[in-house]
Design a protein around this ligand. Sequence first.
Ligand code: SME
Length: 157
Amino acid sequence: MDVNALVAALERLVAEEAELSTILETAVRKLHETNPRFDWTGIYELFPDSVLRLGPFVGAPTDHVFIGVGDGVCGTAVAERRNINVPDVREVQNYLACSAETRSELVVLIQSGETIHGQIDIDSHSVAAFDDETVQAVERVAEVLARAYAARRARDP
Ligand code: SME
């Protein structure tokens, strides 16, 4: 499945008011398949206590199920309210290792306006795995997921 098809499939699920968990699981599973350089693809959800909690993922299990805002690449993305593309994780001081094989990491926020719902986190065993086109594709998926979160909030405030 390419990214256009994935975005369309996710938009259908949002329109059908599918469960958020179903939408997130579908996004992770299918996004992982779009790129052979994605070795670990997951979602961290941001909870009101300012902790990221691991949601659905594809790849090796990780010890980092909870990550505080400001910690690691994932927590830094939330603290600084920006997406982070790390070409070589060996050069990042506060990196939290998920796998010794990881070389590059991409974190894209799932955000509606000022509200950060969570993030898509992708690890690759290749250095600099995430070019502009790849980042844009992941951003498109994150935008649909943000709409899914916003729709759930509107239904169940
Ligand atoms: N590397 C991340 C932790 C999550 S694992 O990659 C799945 C970080 O530094 O925040």
